[in-house]
Design a protein around this ligand. Structure first.
Ligand SMILES: Nc1nc2c(ncn2[C@@H]2O[C@H](COP(=O)(O)OP(=O)(O)OP(=O)(O)O)[C@@H](O)[C@H]2O)c(=O)[nH]1
Ligand SMILES: [Mg+2]
Length: 584
């Protein structure tokens, strides 16, 4: 324990010095990030974050851990704002607005701020919400954090969660049997792997599958996990958050045992007692080191800028800016290509979907007739319901098989387009940093943007009920034979209509997913571009200002910067010493 306290205080020292140094050299984003890390160390605030695809039951799972239906849950994509559960004597909440303003609210008003219906598209501009609650689980600085589900139609929700990834110490990834682990989830796990030191897995909604199915989906998920994931050594926890919550609320020990939550709680308890401090410190240490590296590069650049004659510096800044302008132009050109790629692919998909729908009319009609004939002697309402199910199932299945096949091939092509775009952005970043490096005679650390196209899942298919045809229940009053004739006519008419409707629907859905995936990808690329270049501009500008203040000032600046660099090296060394496992 003593060693951990020492590590903690030396890391705090590192964060403090880094913050001061970055602030002194006006590298504000680095200073702010270092301050954030320092505050977390001081409060020993461990961020245990629940993440996953929308609707897997993340919020329900948190409620189950607390044993109280505290946070709002729903059937539709819901959580839209990061919600931080922290220890408090009595339940209450504080809304942090993006403007910096705080709003104290009662728990019963949470849905007005953290949910999609209560706060559509985060129109209320909430940064995050702190919820205080008297749970022993939260005592001792653990913050349990609920995030919006990724890959839903609300793309802004995915972004909120992605932006939060760097602040995660350990993650609980929640999935569920239906549908089994999706490609969007695997992509998300890849991104997660780069940011966190420990990931726990929960297969929620275990109550929806029988033991055999459950074992299969768990095994499938286990095999699909990305290799570089810092997974917890424990197995995937299959549990039912819904049953667990109900059991805790009713005080039903038998149901609680059956829910599977106890095994997870046990492992979590072990982790919090044993490994939490180490994971926490490694996570903070890693963050500090990467901030230090970026700052080192910017300071070195500024030294060079301060040492060179002012005319030369002006010239170099102008050349760098020219280079950037050209790079931005190139980015615009690439974007046009990307847009054209989307349009081409959507049009091809739409035409193919329509054609596929039409091609299915004869065989589906024949099968429907056959099925209809096999249902002799079935009562009216049941007959209609069975035919409804038949059509819904067959249309859904046919489109689904076709869609998967078509989409897989189409996406391969498209990944090449986004891949090229990513390469182009990386090339721009490389060139900009290289230009800065050459202009100032420096080795710049590489900055590779990597972002996969995260592909959203389709929303599904639907068909209208055969009786739902404007006549209400009237046809059910027809005599048996007449009813069958009526229903058959209705089926034959419905088949081409439903096929066409679903063709349009599947094409529209494809286009929507394509557009949303691409714009999330583009936003990520722009952010990378900005991050990689902003600090450089800032460093050059600061040196120029000193030059303009006079050459003596510039000399002094260079000397002070050299001191700062030495200081930074010492800071890095103490971070590495504090945490040997960082292997630096
Ligand atoms: N059968 C079953 N349903 C569950 C379970 N856990 C959650 N659900 C249901 O799944 C739906 C989604 O639950 P939420 O907790 O809102 O899911 P979420 O992952 O937080 O959703 P987003 O915030 O939209 O990403 C709700 O209808 C829950 O009642 C479970 O263990 N079993
Ligand atoms: Mg939720």
């Amino acid at each position: 324990m003593k060693a951990e306290v020492e590590t903690e205080s030396s890391l705090r020292g590192v964060a403090c010095k880094l913050e001061e140094l970055a602030a002194a050299w006006r590298q504000r984003p680095i200073a702010a990030a270092a301050r954030d890390l320092r505050q977390r160390l001081e409060q020993n605030r461990f961020h245990l974050v629940v993440v996953g695809q929308f609707k897997r039951g993340k919020t329900t799972f948190l409620n189950a851990l607390l044993g109280d239906a505290l946070l709002p849950v729903a059937v539709l994509p819901l959580t839209s704002v990061v919600t931080v559960l922290r220890y408090g004597e009595s339940p209450r909440a504080t809304v942090h607005l993006q403007s910096g303003r705080l709003l104290a609210i009662g728990i019963e008003r949470l849905h007005e701020f953290v949910t999609e219906p209560g706060n559509p598209r985060n129109g209320k501009q909430v940064a995050h919400v702190d919820v205080f609650y008297p749970s022993p689980l939260l005592a001792g600085g653990v913050a349990l954090i609920d995030t919006p589900g990724v890959a839903s139609v609300y793309e802004h929700n995915t972004q909120v969660t992605y932006d939060f990834l760097p602040k995660i110490d350990a993650a609980i990834f929640v999935t569920s049997p239906e549908p089994p682990l999706t490609s969007a989830e695997i992509e998300f796990l890849r991104d997660l792997a780069q940011q966190v030191s420990r990931v726990f897995f929960v297969m929620n909604k275990a109550d929806l599958a029988d033991p055999q199915q459950l074992a299969e989906v768990v095994e499938f998920a286990r095999r699909s996990l990305p290799e570089n994931l810092p997974a917890d050594r424990s197995p995937i926890f299959a549990l039912s958050a819904r049953q667990a919550l109900e059991a805790k609320r009713r005080g039903d020990a038998e149901l609680l045992a059956r829910s599977g939550l106890l095994e997870f709680e046990h492992r979590l308890g072990e982790f919090l007692k044993g490994e939490r401090d180490e994971v926490f410190q490694r996570s903070v240490g890693r963050g500090l080191l990467s901030l230090a590296e970026e700052l080192r590069m910017l300071l070195a650049l500024q030294i060079q800028a301060a040492r060179m004659p002012v005319e030369e510096l002006r010239d170099k800044i102008a050349r760098f800016n020219q280079h950037l302008a050209a790079a931005h132009q190139q980015r615009e050109d690439n974007q046009v290509l990307l847009k054209a790629g989307i349009a081409r692919l959507s049009a091809a998909f739409e035409a193919a979907a329509r054609e596929f729908g039409e091609s299915q009319i004869p065989s589906l009609t024949a099968e429907a007739r056959q099925h209809f004939e096999s249902l002799r002697g079935v009562r009216r309402r049941k007959l209609a319901a069975q035919m409804d199910r038949f059509l819904a199932q067959h249309i859904g299945q046919r489109f689904e098989t076709w869609r998967r096949d078509f989409e897989e091939k189409a996406l391969q092509d498209f990944r090449q387009v986004t891949g090229r775009f990513q390469e182009a952005v990386n090339e721009l970043i490389r060139q900009a940093r290289q230009t800065a490096g050459e202009l100032f005679g420096l080795e710049m650390s590489p900055f590779e943007a990597e972002e996969e196209l995260v592909w959203l899942e389709p929303t599904g298919y639907y068909t209208d009920s055969l009786l739902d045809w404007g006549l209400g229940n009237a046809p059910l009053l027809l005599p048996g034979g007449l009813f069958r004739r009526y229903l058959l006519r209705r089926i034959l008419k419905a088949i081409p209509e439903e096929l066409e409707r679903n063709a349009t629907r599947v094409a529209y859905d494809f286009k929507r997913r394509l557009q949303e995936s691409v714009s999330a990808f583009q936003r990520a690329m722009d952010r990378h571009l900005e991050e990689a270049i902003l600090g450089i501009q800032q460093a050059m500008q600061a040196a120029l200002e000193q030059h303009e203040a006079g050459s003596a000032e510039a000399d002094q600046l260079a000397a002070r910067l050299s001191d700062a660099l030495r200081e930074l090296d010492a800071i890095r060394a103490s971070a590495c010493q504090a945490i040997p496992s960082l292997a630096c």
